[in-house]
Every structure is written in C-alpha cells, then in structure tokens.
Design a protein around this ligand. Sequence first.
Ligand code: ADE
Length: 249
Amino acid sequence: MMRIDIISLFPDMFAGPFGHSIIKRAREAGLLSVQVTNPRDFAFDKHHIVDDYPFGGGAGMVMKPDPVFLAVESVTAERESDKRRVILMCPGGQSFTQQKARELAGYEQLVFICGHYEGLDDRVRQHLADEAVSIGDYVLTGGELPAMVVVDAVARMLPGVLGASDGAEQDSFYSGLLEYPQYTRPRDFRGWSVPDVLISGDHAKIARWRRKQSLKNTLERRPDLLVDFPLNAEDAALLEEIKKERSGG
Ligand code: ADE
C-alpha cells in the first residue's frame, strides 16, 4: 500500500477531493492511505504560532521551519529514506509531468509539504525536502491544491486503482500522444453522428483509425509532443496521410 502524508495548515481542504470517486475507492480497497498532519500541532508555544516576520524586512509573513520539520519527522520515522520522497509544493519547483507521476508512483511513501502565507523558511527546501515540484507557471495561494493534483495523478498510476486493466496506458501523455476521440450512444445526437468506422465491427480498421486520430490531434494541438516521439513505420505512414489530407491532397 502506498502511504501519502500531507503536511498542511488546512487539513479540511483535503476531505472533498480524497473522499470521492476513484481516490475514495482506492483508499477503501487498501491500495492507498492518506493522512494529513497539521504543523500547528507541532508549534508548542501557547498560541501555536506557525508564522513570523521575515528577517530583512518586507511585507507578509513566513512559515516557521520548526513546526514543519517536526510534522514531517513525525511521519517519516518508520521508513527508510530510499523508499520515500519528501516533496515541497512551490511555484519555483520542477514542472510536474506524467513522467514525474509515474516516477513518484514507485515510492512506498510520499510526503507533501504545502507552503502557505507569503513564503516558507527556505531551510525546509534546503534541508528537509528531497525535491520541489510546481504544477504550472502560475502562483496559487498555497500548496494544497497542487498537492491534490499531484496525489490524484500519482494515485491513478498505482496498480489496481483504475478498474480496467488498460486504463492509464491509454491516456494522453502515457503513450506520449494525445488521445483519440471517444463516442457513446446515441449514434446520432442533434444531427452529429458517430464516425462510421466505429460501428463497422472491423477491429483492425478501428485500431488504425484511432491511431491516426491520436497522431492528428497531437499534430494539430500539441506538435511539440511529436518532436521526441518515436514514430514507427505505420505512424510515419499515417502522418504522411494526415499531412496530405491537410494540404487538400
Ligand atoms: N504553490 C503556489 N503555487 C504553486 C504552484 N504553481 N505549484 C506548486 N505549488 C504552488
């Protein structure tokens, strides 16, 4: 079972995303355990203070290092360090990708530190976190939503979490291409009908059509992904077809 620990001043934020749908089922099935630990419980002064003024001056408050170190240490005592990863969520971290989700899914324990206020004492990044991760080039009010995003993406990579055996393998970015379009009933909806090939019953033809649509979607929407993509001979032929069709040929 993978163990996930979240270090956050706002534990209640996690009840929604982790209490529904696939993550909920994974937890109930014993594939995943998720605990949230509040650094405030490790601030032992009378008022449980977790932030303070920045050295050197400036606006805003900075999260103190000691409650965060103690909170992390309270959840990492049991496991060897090569089986766990301590991840600081911050906009200055490495970009989160499907590749990173796959890599993190290989650990036994993940600890996510959610920064808040205007900042977090940098000794947490330097001496406590193994790495810092960002979910995109924008700044959120805290690391909670980013941690939820990363946990969700990692959880669905764990064996058994997605019902169908081929679930994650079919995804965009798992293969390196965007997905082909999917349709369900009704066959005709407001005059828009499902592509005939999908009703043909010809599985080889359907597989070829889907591969071609994946390549076409990727070429049109995310051509950057094709730069490093290892095209096989059939892919190359399909791409030629797509390019000919696009130039009206
Ligand atoms: N904290 C605030 N913004 C963030 C981002 N984009 N990614 C990760 N953590 C963050």
